[in-house]
Design a binder for this molecule. Structure first.
Ligand code: GAL
Length: 934
């Protein structure tokens, strides 16, 4: 493995890295890792970037778990099998909208400052690196034993003091000591020129212990708070077309490849938003991808990673305070594992950068001036092949006008004036002077999607005209096979010119090459897959996953969502095609393809049980609220010192939950005191995003308080005051308090923000001494589902969330229910799924009614929330009066599609009829015939 200023060189081949981010920890179903990775590969990516979340693997100091859903060795094996390179990003700090930014919760209790060279902190990161590096090292390209090509240390470490430099050096040295031999990089938050390799020498940069420089950026424009798309922004030039220098992006490191470690593929959403993911998918949709990713290509960013390509689910207590359970992200692959329309543009660009290899070595070309000031051309040239690339985009690139213009092309073939159109948010990369499968391409105003021996696929927008010129010494044979195109040959120049309007699929046979010219929708129906006998181009199905060639047999796998055509351009010897194991009768075509005689079948319908007709078992909970509850086995809160950044008020004991080993979800306190009941009591508490506190005195409910939401950066700590009803007698009192901890802060600011206290911090209003008892969740209690599955609800500690729990003694209640006690109560039901074999049904659970678009999102909703346990897995939190999420994706693996399933809902309510559990339904989010099998 090596690299230069142009690109990564892997196994001697210059390689354009077109990578997508996905987080295995956001998909607790290893079988489906293959599904998502195959969809990424099919969508034109040749690499995947993984964050590894330290906290996901480590319930306690020195304890690391890489089994089951945490089996990262299996993940890396699958990525290699699928044919994706891996960018490994183990942190130790990752940010990523995960609890504590990826730090294990126990780390919040150490004295040393995180992300520095504090010895206790480094001792902790050593543990993690030893564990995760051992796995990553086994899968490196450099060892010939896997597909890991790059390794990131830290993430967005924006502080640059000596302590950080020492820390980074420590991580770098440790990685090497652990056998990491692929290039090491860091991800600079924005373009600050921070942590560049010593080869850089650019004024204003900060050198660091790295082999490559990488940065990130999310420049695409946003959605308004009402969920409508904002105006597009202009695409920045973060490479050779830009201003240059330390803050110019890739120009901060002139001797290493242009590397954007994260480029916006969407954005996350917050508690109380209207639900922006569908809008984000549009705002950062196809037009955005063409303009922004295209600009990156023109800037010679030959390592690009799109964050996220599949966002997935922040299940359990994974979501950081800034995000709710869904991490859909508006990404190319939605949370329910379906390709969004924008995946097609990602695919076109991805196939292009991998097919047209001269792109991996380009310099800035001479300026090109188009006929209209409303557009601009960014020009690059490969110095070895002479291939020219013209990136045409609006000027400014945020403009969305419809423009027709010409621009000059001058190559070794001569000079031409080329007509082009740009309609709306769009951009095109045109290629000139290029060997297209043995034909000399002078230029084309269609974009090249891909080519393989005997066939080339070009594309353009429906209704826009195009022209493609080849050069031949003598007049070639040209045959228009379908659609409409004209050709003319100029013997003086040798130029053969094809003229056409993009619409449907035009097929032209030119000198033995099948030229397929598609409009965008049609281009989206093509898939390029690799087989043992070479690349294969397939048209028709919803998805093509794999191709295996053996003699005359070509075995394809993939998905259909409806009956679908199948046409295949494969290796010459391929005469027989199978689809998901069944022989497909097919005939050869004049396009030199094989086409199926009958359509491939679509999926059989999936019928789901109606949960409103189910029997729901019911039990009230929160016994801790009652005065007679025995808390003798609970830990006494007696600590007087804490490493939390939130200290107790003078004279009070430490109450913050992490200090007592209770890290996630709910934590209970019982404060015993003697004397008169106070008129009111006030709690300073930490609850993360949309955190909750509920309090009782002597069993009398005092009320609940929810931290403010509807904010992208919500407060994570607050004060709640509750008046105490008059008339309570003097004597022994017990104050029962439950705090829901919606996770630890991230530490993006390098200020130990993850150490902000959770649970109670201080209590005012009590005049007599209080003895506090504390009880919460044990991070090691459920080794199957891991440290982030459970908090400290009574029902969780008693196993009520588990499928095997015996609820026969419970009563029954209707769902939707008509009333709710204050505190928590549980609803359990079972249902059988009978998803037909061979069908991949992506299912979800919907609580309440999804607001109609006309309905105000601020309408009053019940003051209650639900933890959703599916077969014991905590798949998310519904907060009725905060939102916006109603539908929770339940991956196969967590769900058994062919058998019984158990649903347990922990409903925490403010009490009363309006705060009772709403309707609960199963939802079919997508059905495909195919899938990866379960
Ligand atoms: C980046 C960061 C990621 C993630 C992203 C936003 O700045 O590196 O970890 O937080 O922002 O989703």
């Amino acid at each position: 493995m090596s690299f230069d200023q142009y690109s990564m060189i892997i196994g001697g081949q210059r390689t354009f890295i077109w990578s997508g981010e996905m987080h295995a920890y956001r998909l607790p179903s290893p079988t489906l890792w293959r599904d998502v990775l195959q969809k990424m590969k099919a969508s034109g990516l040749n690499a995947v970037s993984f964050y590894f979340d330290w906290g996901y693997h480590s319930p306690a100091p020195g304890v690391y778990d890489f089994t089951g859903v945490r089996d990262m060795d299996r993940l890396l094996t699958i990525a290699d099998q699928v044919g994706l390179y891996v960018i490994a990003r183990p942190g130790p700090y990752i940010n990523a909208e995960t609890d504590g930014g990826g730090f294990p919760a126990w780390l919040s209790t150490i004295a040393g400052k995180a992300r520095t060279d504090a010895p206790d902190y480094l001792a902790a990161t050593d543990q993690w690196q030893s564990a995760i590096d051992a796995i990553i090292a086994r899968h490196q390209v450099t060892n010939g034993t896997g597909s890991v090509i790059l390794y990131q240390i830290e993430n967005e470490l924006a502080a640059t003091g000596t302590s950080q430099r020492n820390y980074l050096q420590h991580l770098y040295d440790k990685a090497h000591a652990d056998g990491i031999s692929v290039p090491v990089f860091h991800n600079d938050k924005g373009r600050n020129g921070i942590w560049v390799p010593s080869s850089s020498q650019v004024a204003g940069t900060v050198p660091g212990p790295v082999d490559l420089y990488a940065f990130d950026g999310y420049p695409g424009g946003t959605c308004h708070t009402d969920g409508s798309p904002g105006a597009p922004s202009a695409a920045p030039d973060w490479g050779i077309q830009g201003a240059g220098g330390a803050k110019g992006g890739a120009t901060a490191s002139p001797n290493t490849p242009g590397f954007v470690a994260e480029f916006g593929g969407g954005w996350f959403d917050y508690w109380g938003s209207v639900g922006t993911y569908p809008c984000t998918a549009q705002r950062q949709g196809s037009g955005y991808e063409r303009v922004f990713y295209g600009t990156n290509i023109a800037n010679r960013l030959t390592v690009q990673n799109f964050y996220m390509t599949f966002g997935g689910t922040s299940w359990g207590w994974l979501p950081a305070p800034v995000v709710y359970s869904s991490y859909d992200y508006g990404a190319a692959i939605d949370e329910a594992r379906q390709l969004r329309p924008k995946a097609a543009a990602l695919k076109s660009l991805g196939y292009f950068v991998q097919s047209v290899t001269p792109l991996t070595k380009v310099d800035k070309g001479p300026d090109v001036v188009p006929s209209s000031a409303a557009v601009k051309i960014e020009h690059t040239v490969n110095p070895d092949t002479g291939t020219n690339f013209y990136f045409a985009v609006h000027n400014p690139s945020s403009a969305t006008t419809d423009d027709s213009f010409t621009f000059p092309i001058t190559t070794a073939d001569g000079s031409y004036t080329v007509p082009l159109e740009l309609t709306g948010q769009d951009a095109k990369t045109l290629v000139a002077d290029y060997d297209l499968e043995g034909q000399h391409l002078v230029y084309s105003t269609s974009e090249i999607e891909t080519h393989l021996p005997g066939v080339a696929l070009l594309h353009g927008r429906d209704g826009e005209s195009g022209e493609t010129l080849f050069r031949y010494a003598s007049k070639p044979a040209v045959q228009v096979l379908s659609g409409s195109a004209t050709s003319s040959y100029d013997p003086a120049t040798g130029d053969l010119k094809l003229s056409y309007v993009h619409h449907g699929l035009i097929r032209v046979r030119v000198n033995g090459l099948t030229l397929l010219i598609a409009d965008e929708d049609t281009a989206g129906s093509f898939w390029r897959v690799d087989s043992e006998a070479g690349p294969v181009l397939v048209r028709g199905p919803e998805l093509v996953r794999t191709a295996h060639a053996a003699g005359p047999l070509l075995a394809l796998t993939g998905d259909t969502t409806a009956p679908a055509d199948l046409e295949v351009w494969g290796p010459r010897q391929a005469l027989l095609v199978t689809w998901n194991g069944s022989l497909v009768p097919a005939r050869p075509t004049t396009s030199r393809s094989l086409t199926a005689l009958r359509q491939l079948p679509g999926p059989a319908p999936v019928r789901l049980p109606d949960l409103s007709g189910a029997t729901w078992k019911y039990a009230p909970e929160s016994p801790e609220s009652q005065p007679g509850f025995a808390d003798t086995t609970w830990r006494t809160a007696d600590l007087t010192a804490t490493n939390s950044t939130t200290k107790p008020p003078a004279g009070q004991v430490v109450l913050t939950a992490d200090d007592y080993g209770f890290h996630h979800g709910d934590v209970w306190y019982r404060g015993h005191f003697d004397g008169a009941a106070p008129p009111s009591v006030t709690f300073d508490f930490g609850g993360g995003g949309a955190g909750l506190i509920q309090a009782w005195l002597d069993g009398t409910y005092l009320g609940q308080y929810v931290l403010p939401t509807n904010l992208a950066s919500p407060p994570t700590r607050g004060t709640a005051s509750f008046p105490v009803p008059a008339g309570l007698p003097d004597g022994d009192h017990v104050l029962s308090v439950m705090v829901r901890n919606d996770s630890h802060n991230e530490d993006g600011g390098v200020n130990d923000a993850q150490k902000e206290g959770r649970g109670l911090i201080g209590v005012t209003g009590l005049s007599t001494p209080v003895t506090w008892k504390i009880q919460g969740g044990d991070s090691s209690a459920d080794p199957v589902r891991g440290p982030l599955n459970n908090g400290g609800l009574y029902g969780e500690r008693a196993g009520w969330y588990l499928p095997g729990f015996d609820d026969r003694g419970w009563t029954t209640h209707p769902v939707p229910d008509t009333d709710a006690p204050a505190g928590t109560s549980w609803y359990r039901t079972t249902f059988d799924l009978r998803v037909p074999k061979g069908v991949d049904a992506s299912l979800g659970l919907t609580i309440g009614t999804v607001p109609a678009e006309s309905e105000s999102s601020t309408q009053p909703r019940g003051h209650y929330r639900v933890l959703i346990f599916v077969n014991g897995w905590n798949m998310g939190q519904y907060i009725a009066d905060v939102g916006p999420q109603h539908t929770f994706v339940l991956p196969t693996g967590v769900l058994d599609p062919h058998g019984p399933n158990t649903l347990a809902l922990a409903v925490t309510s403010d009490g009363g009829p309006v705060n009772a559990l709403e309707r609960v339904q199963l939802a079919n989010l997508a059905t495909a015939r195919g899938g990866v099998g379960t």
